[in-house]
Design a protein around this ligand. Structure first.
Ligand code: COA
Length: 194
């Protein structure tokens, strides 16, 4: 079901599930991302085939995708990926990207909140985020939400330029994340969402 939320600058955005019909919109969103934001993503999001295949993964039942829209354009993309491995089945991995003109307006936090709701619904116990060391904004946000850096593997992944980067793994117990989000939204519409 679509949800409407308001950014810090007063703009109203719609949050809803991503579908295969959004492929063109999603390609437009990815192609407008600054190189600096695209550089650290794990796949080449300018490759339509790859993006299409990733949308189709929703059908497996292990991947959930949400988008935020403004004026019918995608302005943020979020994913919750449940582990298909038995020994990690209590884990859910979060990913969020916000379009540059909409950053620092609270949208990243709104997307994490909505992904959190999904994670609770899917009975996730441990929320995991993985990022490259230069993704400072993401690390700050997740730290703010109570995530802890549990692991740093030197030169473990390659960025889009083929440069080796350290991988940082942060985790948060779902109950602790609830507390932090509740604190964050205590004076806002968040109360009405509960
Ligand atoms: C990380 C990202 C999703 C944040 O989205 P956003 O919409 O700008 O985040 P918000 O506006 O909700 O900010 C949430 C908090 O993080 C802080 N923050 C946001 N961007 C920041 C930055 N560049 N540096 C420091 N702090 C930052 C803000 O201070 C804010 O706290 P506040 O409300 O107390 O001011 C966005 O920067 C992005 O898309 N980056 C590129 C992709 C990426 O790295 N994704 C993460 C992979 S999991």
């Amino acid at each position: 079901m679509d949800k409407i939320d308001t950014l810090k600058d007063g703009k109203e955005v719609t949050i809803r599930e991503l579908s295969i019909k959004d492929l063109d919109r999603l390609m437009l969103f990815y192609s407008a991302l600054p190189v600096a934001d695209r550089k650290y993503l794990r796949v080449d999001v300018k490759d339509r085939k790859i993006v299409e295949e990733r949308i189709k993964l929703i059908k497996t039942g292990n991947v959930f995708r949400l988008v935020a829209l403004f004026d019918d354009e995608i302005i943020a993309d979020g994913a919750l990926e449940l582990s298909a491995e038995e020994w990690r089945k209590h884990q859910g991995e979060l990913r969020v990207i916000v379009a540059k003109p909409f950053q620092k307006k609270g949208l990243g936090m709104i997307m994490v909140r909505e992904l959190y709701f999904l994670a609770v619904e899917k009975k996730v116990e441990l929320v995991v985020v993985k990022m490259m060391r230069p993704q400072i904004a993401a690390q700050r946000i997740f730290r703010k939400l109570g995530f802890r850096e549990e692991l740093l593997i030197p030169d473990y992944v390659e960025d889009r330029n083929g440069v080796k980067q350290d991988l940082i793994v942060m985790t948060c117990n779902i109950k602790d994340l609830w507390k932090e989000l509740e604190h964050f939204y205590s004076d806002s519409d968040w109360q009405r969402c509960r």
